[in-house]
Design a binder for this molecule. Structure first.
Ligand code: AMP
Ligand code: ZN
Length: 490
């Protein structure tokens, strides 16, 4: 493919949650970008809100690749240590799921990890360089904890706790001391400060956990925050470039990671970004569902499989994410998804004529201008909403060299990940699982109808159309999209 870059690339500017400012991306290691994304706790399916976090991280990674950096992206799989409540109390999510489903915690983890990766594949999220699985790193976690235990931690009957007053500027990332934070002190007996958190949780006397290890503080399991600090350090070295996660992690999980990293690396001031472990901390805002289906405790919750069962191609959801800025809330609705799918279909259709063209070097100034604007939009803290309008503009361009157009679309799509030149338009049709659609029959009837029309046998043509309508198929003659048929109502 003819990769094209503009003559003067725009500087990449990203919003750093730690400083609450847009900053120039300056890699720690020249030419490289090292990114760590907090991954799922695999005790259940991920909902579509969770998937927004990975579409965001993937778009960031693709943009870094587009800007010429050699990307090393890590996503972790949390298979131990994440408690039901962020207040360090209650059961481990994994152990609880195992007990309620009558399976081992390891089987639960394996099952939901596979489901999660399938969803990522459906959304066109690229595989990271490495999936780090928390239980593979427990000895390293113990070593990390040993190094900070004497100076920053204290031991209680329930475990080893990090004393947040031992590091400067605890909670700078969160900015506000929340009521929730204040309430946390009640949850664990003996905690010195509301925000202190577990580094190691001891298995209560007389109990056995499915996932537990020996440590200097007794048999037990690592704390969730410790896991991410250790895996980031192990795989990327510290400091690395960018740490990502959903905006909820800005409040507790990431401030705690930062405190641990500060402690581990000699307790420096956060004025020097190096001491937080990552130079930039980036957070995607939430996907909101006013129907209340986003909560995993609500029984049937909104996950990608439900969108697919209702007939939507998963890339329509990726596009929905890209239409909003990652730092804005995004409201989910089926109407919104429908409109987005129509937009995606249009885009795919306008791009289709250059599918078979061989990509060539881009010389046409209209194209290089649009590519420069695209670069500027993505470099402006990942402005995907504007970038989408630019890819649409290129796709709709007439009287332009097909090879050059192909080349620019390839480059843009490598960043947006919508598979514009490979997804088949048939696959973008809404196909609800509940509907039985005999596609071959529909195609055959349409073909007969076309023949009848060409033979000017309008009586037959109309009768065939009536048959299709009776079967719930809307025939779309003359529609600008050129989609020959669709299910009535979609
Ligand atoms: P969890 O499995 O709960 O650790 O969440 C996985 C990722 O999804 C984390 O980065 C969360 O911050 C993120 N996340 C959770 N809920 C939402 C939501 N409604 N919208 C966007 N991101 C979310
Ligand atoms: Zn994490």
């Amino acid at each position: 493919m003819g990769a094209v870059m503009t003559d003067v690339p725009a500087p990449l500017r990203l919003f750093n949650s730690l400083t609450r400012q847009l900053e120039d991306f300056q890699p720690v290691h020249a030419g490289e970008a090292r990114v760590y994304s907090c991954g799922p706790t695999v005790y259940n399916y991920q909902h579509v809100g969770n998937m927004r976090a990975y579409v965001f991280a993937d778009t960031l990674g693709r943009t870094l690749s587009f800007k010429g950096y050699k990307l090393r992206h890590i996503i972790n799989i949390t298979d131990v240590g994440h408690l039901i409540s962020d207040a360090d109390a209650g059961d481990d999510k994994m152990e609880k799921a195992a007990a309620s489903q009558g399976k081992s915690a390891w089987d639960i983890a394996a099952f939901y990890t596979t489901e999660f990766k399938r969803d990522l594949g459906w959304l066109g999220v690229r595989d990271p360089a490495k999936w780090t699985v928390a239980t593979d790193y427990v000895p390293r976690m113990i070593e990390f904890a040993k190094r900070i235990a004497d100076t920053h931690c204290y031991e209680l009957d329930s475990g080893l706790y990090f004393d947040v007053s031992t590091v400067a500027d605890y909670g700078r990332l969160a900015r506000a001391v929340t009521d929730e934070g204040e309430a946390r002190i009640e949850e664990v007996e003996g905690k010195r400060h509301a925000a202190d958190f577990a580094i190691w949780r001891k298995t209560p006397p007389g109990e056995t956990r499915q996932m537990e290890w020996d440590s200097p503080w007794g048999r037990g399991a690592p704390g969730w925050h410790l896991e991410c600090s250790v895996m980031g350090e192990a795989e990327l070295g510290m400091p690395f470039d960018i740490h990502t996660g959903g905006i909820d992690h800005r409040e507790i999980h990431h401030p705690n990671e930062i405190a641990q990293n500060q402690a581990y690396h000699g307790c420096g001031s956060l004025d020097c970004a190096e001491h937080s472990g990552a130079r930039m901390w980036m957070h995607n805002n939430f996907l909101i569902d006013r129907g209340g289906k986003m909560s995993k405790s609500s029984g049937e919750f909104l996950r990608l499989q439900l969108l697919v069962d209702r007939g939507y191609h998963p890339l329509a959801y990726r596009m929905m994410c890209l239409q909003a800025h990652y730092r804005s809330e995004l409201e989910f609705s089926w109407e919104g998804l429908n409109a987005t799918l129509t937009r995606l279909k249009r885009l795919v259709m306008t791009a289709t004529p250059v599918r078979d063209a061989a990509a060539t070097e881009v010389a046409d100034h209209r194209l290089t201008d649009l590519l420069a604007k695209f670069d500027a939009a993505m470099s402006d803290d990942l402005n995907t909403a504007v970038a989408l309008t630019l890819v649409e503009e290129v796709a709709a361009m007439k009287k332009v060299d097909a090879g050059q157009k192909r080349s620019v679309l390839d480059t843009m799509d490598a960043v947006l990940g919508l598979q514009l030149l490979t997804v088949s338009r048939e696959n973008l049709r809404v196909r609800p699982k509940a509907a039985t659609i005999a596609e071959d029959d529909i195609e055959a009837t349409l073909k007969r109808r076309k023949d009848a029309r060409e033979a000017k046998d309008f009586a037959t043509s109309d009768a065939l159309r009536d048959d299709l309508v009776a079967a719930g198929i809307e025939v779309m003659d003359g529609d600008a999209l050129g989609w020959e048929w669709r299910l009535d109502g979609f």
